[in-house]
Design a protein around this ligand. Structure first.
Ligand code: LMR
Length: 418
């Protein structure tokens, strides 16, 4: 009996797919999770933890969730633009006393947390940009910035241009480079601005610097996209954290996008609740713009997820729950500020020959330590302390039980580096 063998070569549609390394911050969390060390400390991903190192379900969120479950849980589709109560609630929250004057000019849509709202804003800008101008419509992002900004806007096809935001030598905001990037950009260029709690540096412009930035943005006809992931979470005062957005939109009358997320400030990390608000020139433009958002949303996710949106809508729609949430914001930001102070104090004892003044000048969830990658890796490999390669730490990962260990370990590694 003879057998015939035929060789078939399988070709795959995906044979040209490159291997893309895993996202660094998610990979770091995975590495931390499998580390069996009892002393391990996670200062990587920006997620709030209480003083026992545990995730914290906000009391306001707990109450809202209970009310929703008691009222009966529906599993119906939301409208394409999401919950109207949430969209209006977010806009009122963000613009505060300036909301009424702006209301007619707003195009709003619920979105899939911060990333989804930035994506929707980017997709909108792309869809209203004439094809022949697309190549010229650059998206400027601060250097450094949240790691997803570059990926997100380049995936949409934009030319993404980093501008210098941080002076590593002085460990401070490089306002001169920032202003000159604004001055030299083409009109209608898009600038991604962190509304507060700049990620990763923890350095925000002062009110005076925001005014300088706003004046150039207005004069040059630039389009700011506010990444507003930390409103209320930064200082514990929502109004203070929303100041720059209000100044640009209400006082300067600048068209802009606000991309809000409830991951950090309501602790709704997994529910993916967010909203994009476009401040336009007038009512007709707002109506048309919103229709484009609706069409884009339909093509991408059909309609947004409901459960977390109902929680945020319930909190924002009830004055008592909203008051409770404001207290929760003060609890979280207060604990983070306390841990920042404790770390600075500990570093002053264990690494006194180094200047830690920059940590005091920073604010919000992140501390940008200014350590070399070698030091970061030694802390990870030998001390089980996990932080991003650029030495950004999520201060929420510190607590009264580990802050001394972290400060001492940093001191030990720095001492032997000398
Ligand atoms: C972070 O910066 O750590 C967080 O915003 C989580 C993320 O998605 O990167």
């Amino acid at each position: 009996m003879s057998t015939t063998t035929t060789t078939t070569t399988t070709t795959s549609l995906f044979s040209s797919a490159p291997y893309i390394p895993p996202d660094a911050i998610f990979a770091l969390t995975a590495q931390y999770n499998v580390d069996p060390s009892p002393v391990k400390v996670n200062l990587g991903q920006g997620t709030y933890r209480d003083d026992n190192g545990q995730p914290w379900v906000l009391p306001s969120v707990r109450e809202a969730r209970k009310a929703i479950l008691e009222n009966g849980l529906y599993h119906e589709y939301l409208p394409i633009l999401g919950l109207k109560g949430l969209r209006d609630g977010v806009a009122k929250l963000i613009f505060g006393g300036g909301y009424d004057a702006l209301a007619q000019k707003l195009a709003t849509s619920q979105a899939v947390s911060g990333t989804g709202s930035l994506h929707l804003a980017g997709a909108l800008i792309k869809s209203v940009t004439p094809k022949h101008l697309l190549e010229k419509r650059k998206v400027y992002i601060p250097a450094p910035t949240w790691s997803n900004h570059h990926l997100l806007f380049s995936s949409l096809g934009f030319d993404v241009v980093p501008f210098t935001y941080y002076n590593a030598h002085t460990k401070s905001l490089d306002i001169d480079s920032y202003l000159s990037a604004l001055r030299s950009a083409e009109p209608a260029s898009v600038f991604i601005l962190h509304a507060c709690a700049h990620n990763p540096t923890g350095l925000d412009p002062t009110v005076e610097q925001w005014k300088e930035i706003g004046a150039i943005v207005k004069d040059r006809g630039l389009f700011p996209v506010f990444d507003a992931a930390y409103l209320g979470f930064n200082s514990g005062d929502y109004d203070a954290d929303a100041w720059a957005i209000r100044y640009f939109a209400a006082e300067l009358g600048i068209e802009c996008a606000v991309c809000a997320s409830f991951a950090k400030n309501m602790g709704l990390y997994g529910e993916r609740v967010g909203a994009v608000i476009i401040v336009t020139a007038d009512g007709t433009t707002a109506r048309n713009t919103q229709s484009v958002l609706e069409s884009l949303q339909r093509s991408e996710i059909s309609n947004p997820p409901a459960f977390g949106a109902r929680i945020a809508e319930t909190v924002l729609g009830d004055e008592r729950l909203k008051g409770l949430w404001f207290e929760d914001l003060r609890t979280m930001s207060g604990r983070i500020a306390e841990m920042r102070r404790a770390l600075v104090e500990g570093l002053g004892r264990y690494a006194p020959e180094h200047d830690w003044g920059h940590l005091v000048r920073q604010s919000g969830m992140f501390g940008f330590l200014g350590l070399s990658k070698e030091v970061v890796l030694a802390l990870r490999d030998e001390y089980h302390i996990y932080m991003a390669d650029n030495s950004r730490i999520s201060i929420a990962g510190l607590n009264t039980g580990n802050v001394e260990y972290v400060a001492r370990s940093i001191g030990e590694v720095l001492a032997r580096e000398q």
